[in-house]
Each structure stands twice: as structure tokens, then as C-alpha cells.
Design a protein around this ligand. Structure first.
Ligand code: FAD
Length: 300
């Protein structure tokens, strides 16, 4: 019930644009690393000091105007320059819809190409985040097209899809982030039951660790992480073949612990004014995250 409520709220365009005007509210500041590049770089420096690498997301969704997509592209180019200038350990995560996928596919390809090209000059990786099913095939098409010219791109496979292993087999030679999946998808195409999603997630992780290129295992689930630790030990999989990823502000102690144990660790660092949809999806995933909101509302 709560999950559906927050998913619905995350897709509300009016609230989405209204929230942009008011800065980080409702506790979003504990899971969003500021509203500008300087604040994001400061957060990255703090994480880097603990041996944690970062992937930076300039938040933004519901982009239906060319000028908004171009502004997002310009901002991401500035982030790339800031990462380079500050010599911090970070790369970029981006969402194709923010760069015009809902406006025109070729326009989006051109925008993303410019970003990938700039990043390639600094040997920087660009992760193309995966959004909902409607955008899945165009996102794969985008990856196919860009990978003809560049090798610094990869994407995300969502374990809730029945066809996830098929997607992973096709993209096994890419740097892949494996996740459970954050959007509401119909039962015809996606598992709904947590046990089934978890089982498929473990299957994908094991498959890619044994067969694929670099694997980013993006989860806050300690049971899955313990399983991975045992699996890599049993199969002698070197630490440089994979990393764990978590979102900024979640399970901070656990993030530090994994990094201090010698595992590659990467924190997903979202920043910007367009925080609302991202924050609502986090509440949908884990209603306990409402604590963030409650603390903010009552600690005044
Ligand atoms: P869950 O299934 O939410 O939680 C499992 C268990 O872990 C819980 O029952 C609880 O015991 C424990 N737990 C979880 N969170 C906490 C917490 N904060 N504190 C204490 N215990 C906790 N999704 C996409 O669809 N596309 C993407 O491109 C994408 N990129 C992502 C990048 C990163 C770095 C991460 C971490 C997630 C990304 N996601 C993405 C979201 C992902 O698909 C899941 O929706 C999200 O991570 C929640 O699932 P989970 O694996 O963390 O564990």
C-alpha cells in the first residue's frame, strides 16, 4: 500500500516541479548531497577520504523540453570538469530521459554522446541508469550505438524482470550494475514477490561474477552482500572484478565497514534541485525511510 502511494507520488509532475523551488525538504537532505556541484564535490571528497569511490547523479526527470535536456547535459559536462579539476575518485550516472529520451531518440543520443565523449578524454566511466520498462529497449539501443565508438559506457540490469538473465548475457562484456529494480512494473514482465526478486538477483550476480566483466553489486541488503562475500571467496574471484554500491546517506556505517574490509566500494551521490522523484522512490522501497521524514519534521 505505502509502496504504491509513494510510487504514485514519485510520478506526480506537479509536485515534482513544485519541489524544485523549495530546496531540499522532508529529510531529503540526508540522502541528497546538496543542490549544487560544489556541495556534491565536497561530499565526494569526504567519501574518497574513506577509500570510497563515487558515481554522481545530477538529479532530474520529467524532461519534455529541448532546453531542459540541453541544460541537464551542460550541467553534467560541468560535473565531469569538476571531477577532473578536483582530481576526485568519481564517475557519472545519468538517466536518458533527463537527456531527452522522451523528446526524440536521436536528440538524446547526441546529448549522451557529447557527455561520453568528454568523459572519455579523462578516462571517466559513464553509467547509463535504467529507468522503467518503457525506456528499457531505447536505453539498450543507446548503449549499443555509443559502444560502437566508446568503451567507457555501461548500464544497469534490473533483477525483477523475467528476462533479466537474457539481458545480462547480451551485455556481459560491459561494466554492469546489478540492482533489484526500483519501478513498479506489471506482473506479466516482472517478479512482484520479494523472494523471487532476491533469488533472481543472486542468480544474476553469480552469473556475471563468473562470466562477465566488472560487476557493480548495488544493494543495501546485508543478506545478499554476505552471500556475495562467501561466493567470491569460494570461487577465488579477485576483489578487482567487482564492487559494492549503495546510495548516499543509506547504511553509512555499513558502507564504511565494507570499504575498510578491503572491498571496492562506490557510493551513488545524487545532487540537485530535482530531488523529489528520487526521494519518493526511496520511500517506496523502504517505508522505514519515513524515519528520515519524521526526524526532519519533529526535530524543529
Ligand atoms: P531491499 O530489498 O530494499 O532491502 C533488503 C533488506 O536490506 C531490507 O529488508 C533490510 O533488512 C535491509 N535494508 C535495506 N535498506 C536498508 C537501510 N537503509 N537500513 C537498514 N537496512 C536496510 N534501480 C533501478 O531501477 N535503476 C537503477 O539504475 C538503479 N540504480 C541504483 C544504484 C545504486 C547504487 C543502488 C544502491 C540502487 C539502485 N537502484 C536502481 C535501486 C534498486 O533497484 C533498489 O530499488 C534499491 O536498491 C532497494 O533494494 P535493495 O537491494 O537495496 O534492498
Amino acid at each position: 500500500m505505502l509502496k504504491d502511494l509513494f510510487m504514485g507520488l514519485s510520478q506526480n509532475q506537479f509536485l515534482n516541479s513544485a519541489a524544485k523551488k523549495y530546496g531540499l525538504k522532508l529529510g531529503a537532505q540526508s540522502v541528497v548531497a546538496g543542490t549544487n556541484i560544489e556541495e556534491a564535490i565536497q561530499s565526494i571528497k569526504e567519501l574518497n577520504a574513506h577509500g570510497i569511490s563515487c558515481t554522481v547523479d545530477n538529479l532530474g526527470e520529467f524532461v519534455f523540453k529541448n532546453e531542459e535536456a540541453i541544460a541537464a547535459k551542460e550541467q553534467i559536462l560541468k560535473v565531469i570538469e569538476a571531477i577532473h579539476d578536483n582530481q576526485v575518485d568519481a564517475h557519472i550516472s545519468l538517466k536518458p530521459t533527463q537527456l531527452g529520451l522522451d523528446i526524440d531518440y536521436n536528440f538524446c543520443v547526441d546529448n549522451v554522446r557529447e557527455i561520453v565523449d568528454r568523459a572519455s578524454q579523462y578516462n571517466m566511466f559513464i553509467n547509463i541508469d535504467m529507468e522503467d520498462f518503457k525506456h528499457l529497449q531505447p536505453t539498450f539501443d543507446l548503449l549499443d550505438e555509443l559502444s560502437l565508438e566508446y568503451d567507457n559506457v555501461g548500464t544497469v540490469i534490473q533483477a525483477y524482470f523475467h528476462n533479466a538473465l537474457e539481458y545480462l548475457e547480451k551485455y556481459q562484456n560491459f561494466r554492469i550494475r546489478l540492482v533489484k529494480g526500483a519501478y513498479k512494473e506489471p506482473e506479466e514482465i516482472a517478479y512482484q514477490d520479494k523472494k523471487e526478486i532476491d533469488a533472481n538477483y543472486i542468480k544474476l550476480i553469480e552469473w556475471h561474477l563468473l562470466n562477465g566483466k566488472f560487476t557493480s553489486i548495488a544493494t543495501h541488503d546485508h543478506r545478499i552482500i554476505s552471500h556475495v562475500k562467501e561466493f567470491v571467496k569460494k570461487h577465488n574471484i579477485p576483489h578487482d572484478k567487482f564492487e559494492f554500491q549503495m546510495l548516499y546517506g543509506f547504511r553509512k556505517e555499513f558502507q564504511l565497514k565494507l570499504a575498510s574490509e578491503g572491498f571496492n566500494f562506490c557510493t551513488y551521490v545524487p545532487f540537485g534541485n530535482d530531488w523529489y522523484g528520487y526521494f519518493m522512490r526511496r520511500l517506496a522501497e523502504r517505508p522505514q525511510n519515513l524515519n528520515l521524514v519524521a526526524k526532519q519534521v519533529f526535530n524543529k
